[in-house]
Design a protein around this ligand. Sequence first.
Ligand code: IDP
Ligand code: MG
Length: 143
Amino acid sequence: MSISNYTFTMIKPDAISKGLTSTILKDITDAGFIITALKLTSLTKTEAEKFYSIHQDKPFFDDLVSFMTSGPIVAAILKKENAVEDFRRLLGATNPEKAEEGTLRKKYAESMQRNAIHGSDSDENAIIEAHFHFAEKEIYSFL
Ligand code: IDP
Ligand code: MG
């Protein structure tokens, strides 16, 4: 099975605090993604800084780390043909005002920062991010 069939997602603290976890997971599985790893967890400040280190020089970095450590997250690995690209399409634009109708961020995000859900941006990052959150024994293969 090619690595391009997997992506990594997080339901962010804003969406969890609104009770949207099961709704979002249903939207994801209804769109054809299979959950191969799943947990309710949280990020320490150090972990959030590492996960988003590519953005460390951006003006929004400190606020992003505060937001992502403000409450629990749900982390998941998703399987589908062309998973990374298809999930980014389901997710919608980073800025919910620019997200297309029907996308997860259009439906559930409240702002550019509090945008409800994360999705990996490449096959390489999907694998790195999946292993950031999950041990091998927590990842299930359905084939
Ligand atoms: P992405 O999540 O759509 O891939 P990135 O550019 O990788 O977007 O940014 C990571 C996260 O940082 C976003 O999902 C959002 O929570 C936050 N973020 C990005 N740009 C801004 C901004 O301009 N203001 C506030 N927060 C931002
Ligand atoms: Mg990104």
